[in-house]
Design a protein around this ligand. Structure first.
Ligand SMILES: CC(C)(COP(=O)(O)OP(=O)(O)OC[C@H]1O[C@@H](n2cnc3c(N)ncnc32)[C@H](O)[C@@H]1OP(=O)(O)O)[C@@H](O)C(=O)NCCC(=O)NCCS
Length: 137
């Protein structure tokens, strides 16, 4: 098993994983060009886990100089509960720390109970003082 930096060429395999993973919202930004733009803006902070040459887990991590967001943390079903998700999150958080970022947010779908348990285990705290507003542009 290796954990390495995410590359634009990983897009196809990752899309297959994301599209078959509950709790992951695939949207308009998830084109190959979108991925390339994200990785260029946030160098060295997104990772994949590979087993036998196949991508079995992903994490995308990016910040605006002040706050960080984690996107698309996904571990393929057969490889869950083996500490892979935890390792990916720890790696991303360490990289953020190296870059001087002190706070990281994550959007979790309201019905993603397993995801909520995972983030709590990872030390993330559910915010009751904030609601998310969004606009399509
Ligand atoms: C959430 C997810 C990434 C967790 O990945 P994982 O590799 O199975 O998690 P880990 O094995 O690293 O588990 C880390 C900790 O969380 C706990 N945990 C993880 N999934 C859990 C579950 N479904 N129920 C209870 N505890 C869980 C583990 O027991 C472990 O706890 P420990 O440190 O006390 O031993 C994975 O289930 C997944 O891909 N889910 C679908 C996509 C998703 O919801 N992503 C998050 C979007 S916000």
């Amino acid at each position: 098993m290796i954990i390495r930096q995410m590359k634009p060429e990983d897009w196809h395999q990752m899309m297959n994983l994301w599209q078959s993973t509950e709790g992951i919202g695939v949207g308009r930004s998830d084109t190959k060009e979108g991925l390339e733009r994200f990785l260029n803006r946030n160098k060295g902070m997104s990772f994949v886990c590979e087993i036998d040459g196949n991508i079995v887990a992903t994490i995308m991590c990016g910040h605006d100089g002040r706050r960080d967001f984690i996107y698309h943390l996904a571990v393929a079903e057969n490889f869950r509960l083996q500490g892979i998700g935890k390792r990916l999150v720890e790696k991303a958080l360490q990289e953020l720390k190296n870059q001087g970022i002190h706070k990281c947010h994550i959007f979790v779908m309201k019905n993603n109970e397993k995801g909520k348990i995972f983030w709590s285990k990872m030390g993330f705290q559910k915010r009751d003082d904030i609601e998310v507003f969004s606009i399509d542009i």
